[in-house]
Design a protein around this ligand. Sequence first.
Ligand code: PEP
Ligand code: MG
Length: 758
Amino acid sequence: MYVVKFEDLNKSDIGIAGGKGANLGELTQAGIPVPPGFVVTAQAYEKFMDEAGINDSVMGILDKIDINDTKALQAAAEEIKKIIIEAPIPEDLVLFIREYYNELCQRVGEDDTDVAIRSSATAEDLPEASFAGQQDTFLHVSGDDEVIEYIRKCWASLFEARAIFYREENDFEHSKVYIAVVVQKMANADKAGVMFTVNPSTGEEIALIEGSWGLGESVVSGDVTPDNYQVDKKDNEIINVTISDKKVMYTNDENGTSIKVDVPDELRKERVLSDEELIELTEMGKRVQAHYGEPMDTEWAFEKGNLFLLQARPITTLGDVVEEAADESSDLGDVLVRGLGASPGMASGVVKIVLDIDELDKIKDGDIMVTTMTTPDMVPAMRRASGIVTDEGGVTCHASIISRELGIPCVVGTGDATTTLEENSGVTLDGKKGLVFEGISETKEEAQVQAGAVEAAPIITVTEVKANVSMPEAAEKAAATGADGVGLLRTEHLMLTSGIHPGKFIADGEEDKLIDTIADNVQIVADAFYPRPVWYRTLDAPTDEFITLEGGENEPREHNPMLGWRGIRRELDQPEILKCEFKAIKKLHEKGYTNIGIMIPLSQSPEELKQAKALCSEVGFEPHKDVEFGMMVEIPAAAIMIDEYIKVGIDFVSLGTNDLTQYTLAVDRNNEFVAKHYSEEHPAVMKLIERTIRKCAEAGVKCSICGQAGSVPHIVEKLVEFGITSVSSNTDAIADVRKTVARAEQKIILDAARKRLE
Ligand code: PEP
Ligand code: MG
């Protein structure tokens, strides 16, 4: 059978029609409406290769290539594709394809109807093997000659460089991988989106629907924030409708090509799906789930009031990971793992799973590092990685902070990436959306450049916009943004260059070495920013993070490290380390780096501030007189008692909203299970922030923010209204934050002027 209609295929036909073709057949047979079409089978491809007599020449080229020689691989791929494009297609096959296409045109009542032509590869011995996203898809093909031409292009795409690479890497024999081609009527959707037939995080029997205007591409690719709906499947009760501002949509231009356009103003905030449509979708979801006997992830479209399903696949590992239908217009494969987008950008590479610190050497340049949770001593390996995926963590966890600073795309809190992703398999991660796709994407380099790009913004603001820095090597890039200083220099990572726990220096009587380590690293940052201010934050080392350092084996094992021995409370118990830090900053001041201030972390009582200042004086470095001395507000107690702190004497305050949020809401910021409850915008957190800012303003104490909320423009807007004096953001957010600050400041001026006129 060389060409088969969807109606005559079912899910057991993977060997003939590939996974995609078999699935469309299965849906059609189950009476689920899918746009009609047919499959040019894997056997048709085999026949073509045999009768054209090109098998030997193609396999001969493949035998010789070294897949790690990128240029040679590309050249071989081009050569093979040329052979395929130039070979004759057996006449009977051509006739079959014409006949089926013409029959499809008749069925839909359109001459030369637009079709999508998709590759659906399959392996002879392993029909279940997935090659998703590696071969091409062509949209809006019309007319039988074009259809034949693009089917041939799909065949040729079996030999794209990335596909050859993937098969070699995964030990698939090239000669045993075939390709079927799906030819399907294009859906010209008026509205489209995705539906999970159960809640993918909880497994609840609720249809979770996302929808937006135009073709589904906008939703699947993440170009829009779609409307979000939840329907209880028991009684079809609509339990949630969240309408979003949908800015862009995909539609077909007069040539039938899909283009991205602005959503007309009147539709932007308009609800996409009516109650009736939601119920129709939910009913269809129930049918699909009943048919497959398991919860499904689907892609749907409404065209002129008619509902179609475009994709359906099981939701894998329910509870934390869902598969997502791949973007049909991109080269990304299936979603393998889903987590929280922690550092924006795309990255492709080979998975290396690191379960133990000894395995760090596995990470070579450009690999994707997959680990339970990163620790500070993993930083050198993280630097080599092109992307990072962790099982645990939230967007303010260590892995997130460091990868943002390194400009490496990162997905955290996936739950089980270390067990789900396969060692040495090729993946692509989207650090914005928090997705890990199967396969290597060819577009990653472009995306990475974008992710690392820093926009220069010649905008002047009265509220200072500063940068957060954790690693000396990130200082240049941060300074190049024109940031007004460093609002947070995290010390934890500066200490790591030695690979030795700070406590070990003290235990070994090597204070001077510790002082030099700190001073040398801080100097790099102070240099990059001089004369702009740099606020050095004294060590805030949770016990679980420093455990793997040399000397770290003595760290206590705490039940709740986040609530444990860290921050200033720990430093006051180990004053020798804190004194070395003060001495290091003093040394730098003496060298002329008077732009460095000191800030203490995680204080819960004004008494701690008093004691820290006394220790600073003890080393001959007088707070306020010799050095600016400030504190972080990270514990609700500090926000509530800010007046008492001000009485003790502080030059500045910086809001550490990462910790302030976790302590106000009782949500461990590192725990992916509660990540959904973590919100800096919770009214209680916002109240503490506002209170702190206003109290500081009244007392003439500078107030800043250096938690992640300071990188979120719409929160920053509110902070400016409250009267914050500076905002310290991640390097990648500085340009946006600066614009937001400027706009918020102008709004305040404008509002005041209008008031006067009233
Ligand atoms: C914070 O808590 O908001 C903060 C900036 O400190 P860290 O993220 O290092 O705990
Ligand atoms: Mg903190």
